[in-house]
Design a protein around this ligand. Structure first.
Ligand code: AP5
Length: 209
């Protein structure tokens, strides 16, 4: 099964991608995580992406399409995958079509902008493995320490309040039109994000049956 998770920044795509990955045993592919890794390693792609990411803008389509194309051609993707954060523009969705990728379902997690702002201010992410937490809704067992690998759990630079507003604006302008794009293909399913991760997961897994 090839799935796309659609939703505003902080809607819970990464959190639910982990749950789906555990259930369906297919890899979750986050272009955001791949780009952050590239920035950390100082690769050519990372150097190009950094300023866009820091300001809350989208990285140019051709850069992201290139890394996504390479990733989905890897062996672990042969039985399907979950795309978290891709596509984010209509040209990216069209690029998937031209690669011959068949998408089975697009799952939108709908969350109000006010909730997003609250969630992102409390998010903490492991510097080493990228695992995501929330100081109130999904706290680490030991404050500031990743449960998975023991790395440092820190606030993402682009979770600063002014950058979150800019990311939301970008989402509404460039990514939200994908809902119509996939609704027209008859594969869009919308789940209302709930107040807890667990309640959202129940709806997400139900929607995938
Ligand atoms: P990316 O990393 O993809 O960021 P994003 O889409 O803005 O999404 P987030 O990771 O912020 O949120 P999420 O929906 O995964 O929420 P999460 O599960 O963490 O992209 C970063 C940047 O990279 C972009 O701005 C862009 O520059 C670039 N980029 C990436 N892909 C690109 C592309 N295709 N094209 C161009 N540029 C691209 O949850 C958020 C918080 O809420 C967590 O703390 C979590 O614990 C908590 N939480 C989750 N669900 C719940 C719940 N139900 N109740 C309470 N708390 C919850």
């Amino acid at each position: 099964m090839n799935l796309i998770l659609l939703g505003a920044p902080g809607a819970g795509k990464g959190t639910q991608a982990e749950v789906i990955c555990d259930n369906l045993k297919i890899p979750a592919i986050s272009t955001g995580n791949m780009l952050r890794e590239a920035v950390k390693n100082g690769t050519k792609c990372g150097l190009e992406a950094k300023s866009y990411m820091d300001s809350g803008a989208l990285v140019p389509d051709e850069v992201v399409i290139g890394i996504l194309k390479d990733r989905i051609s890897e062996e672990d993707c042969k039985d399907g995958y979950i795309l978290d954060g891709f596509p984010r523009t209509v040209p990216q969705a069209e690029a998937l079509d031209s690669m011959g990728v068949k998408i089975d379902k697009v799952l939108e997690i709908a969350v109000a902008d006010e909730t997003i702002t609250q969630r992102l201010s409390g998010r903490r992410v492991c510097e080493d493995c990228g695992n995501s937490y929330h100081i109130d809704f999904k706290p680490t067992k030991v404050e500031g320490v990743c449960d998975k690998c023991g790395g440092k759990a820190v606030q993402r630079k682009d979770d600063a309040p002014e950058t979150v507003l800019s990311r939301l604006k970008t989402y509404h302008e460039l990514t939200a039109p994908l809902k119509d794009f996939y609704a027209a293909k008859g594969i869009l399913v919308t789940v209302e994000g709930q107040d807890t991760v667990e309640d959202t997961s129940k709806l997400v897994l139900e929607a995938l049956k």
